[in-house]
Design a protein around this ligand. Structure first.
Ligand code: FES
Ligand code: CO
Length: 363
């Protein structure tokens, strides 16, 4: 069944919701085999933290070795939320009857039966986690599920962010933002330049200069790349004192991740100047998301708060419009919404999601 499904990913999307019993089976979700950001790394300490990913409530905690552990946020005894418990002797303790779970998810203590050794079957489901870009990333597919299907193993990498390794750029995070919009709608907004003169008037654009010059779009191994994206921006960053023409590249690096790179302004005295912003989204439910921006900027002097404030201002301009969009899912049928030539990047993103077999947050 799994092999058929992987093959089916490269085929045209089958009609869904035809209403027969057979088609109501829930298909495996490609999204589960991807890494997703769920929390800021510094938030995860030796106390449980509840989060949600792809409709699945999870509990995060840090074990005595400093590793982040991720379990289903539901005690297998009587269903209480483990995130309401605490970490005790390096184990996660349920708030209800005090069952304790080791880092593997194995139950190691049932306080009502002090001499009882719980069998291996008495455990809570655990998931893989890793830390990168100042965030904790979680994958819901288990190693076994991934290795059974070689095509899925190819998705094993985190979304790329090239600027992360550039020592000439300072990195900091902005967020989280809890947004009542699907992750794909938020990515598409990030890739969209023709809203600048309206949503970001006086900042990233102006109503007097709304034309979008033709730009190039190509597909990459992990997504879509747009180059030669130009805009005249009244206030393109924290320090700009006059309008400037800026050139961007936009890259979709995973279904729910994208990177914007501002290229050096011509005539700049700062050789190699560029800045990048990664957008990393946790798809919480099909219609709600948690959003972080990872900034990589050449500015090593301004306080964090000042750099974050600029990004915050821009995103707070986007958020109400994003949350107003109907439907909240991103329609992948090209006929469902109307497009202009200026939208070729978002059209390419929709084709990429369709080809990837993404189902969460799209329709
Ligand atoms: Fe968790 Fe009973 S519900 S220990
Ligand atoms: Co915007």
């Amino acid at each position: 069944l799994r092999i058929e499904w992987v093959y089916a990913r490269s085929q045209p999307r089958p009609a869904r919701r035809r209403g027969t019993d057979r088609q109501q089976e829930i298909p495996p979700m490609i999204e589960k085999s991807l890494w997703h950001p769920v929390a800021q790394a510094h938030e995860v300490v030796d106390a449980p933290l509840g989060v949600q990913l792809l409709d699945q409530p999870l509990v995060l905690w840090r074990d005595p070795q400093g590793l982040v552990r991720v379990f289903v946020d539901r005690c297998p005894h009587r269903g209480a939320r483990l995130s309401m418990g605490r970490v005790e002797n390096g184990h996660l303790e349920c708030p209800y009857h005090g069952w304790q779970f080791a880092d593997s998810g194995q139950c190691v203590k049932v306080p009502a039966l002090p001499s009882f050794t719980p069998p291996p079957s008495q455990c809570v489901k655990a998931f893989e986690a890793q830390e990168a870009y100042g965030l904790v990333w979680v994958r819901l597919a288990t190693g076994e599920e991934l290795s059974a299907v070689p095509a899925l193993a190819a998705l094993a990498a985190l979304p790329a962010f090239e600027a992360e390794a550039d020592a000439h750029l300072r990195k900091l995070n902005c967020g989280p933002y809890d947004v009542a919009a699907s992750a794909p709608r938020i990515i598409e907004n990030f890739l969209d330049m023709s809203h600048f003169g309206f949503v970001h008037e006086g900042w990233l654009g102006s109503r007097d200069a709304t034309a979008i010059e033709a730009y190039a779009v190509e597909t990459t191994a992990t997504g879509v790349l747009a180059t030669g994206c130009k805009a005249v921006q009244p206030q393109s960053n924290l320090h700009s004192t006059s309008a400037a023409e800026v050139e961007y590249t936009y890259e979709v690096t995973a279904p729910y991740a994208a990177v914007l790179t501002k290229l050096p302004e011509s005539g700049t005295t700062r050789a190699g100047w560029r800045e990048s912003i990664a957008l990393f989204i946790c798809p919480v439910t099909p219609e709600t998301s948690r959003v972080w921006f990872r900034l990589a900027v050449a500015d090593f002097d301004s306080p964090d708060a000042q750099l974050q404030e600029f990004q915050h201002t821009i995103f707070c301009q986007d958020q109400p419009v994003l949350e107003s969009q109907q439907p909240k899912c991103l329609p992948l049928d090209p006929r469902a919404e109307m497009h202009s030539a200026a939208d070729r990047m978002s059209s390419a993103y929709r084709r990429y999601l369709r080809a990837s077999g993404i189902t969460f947050g799209v329709c």
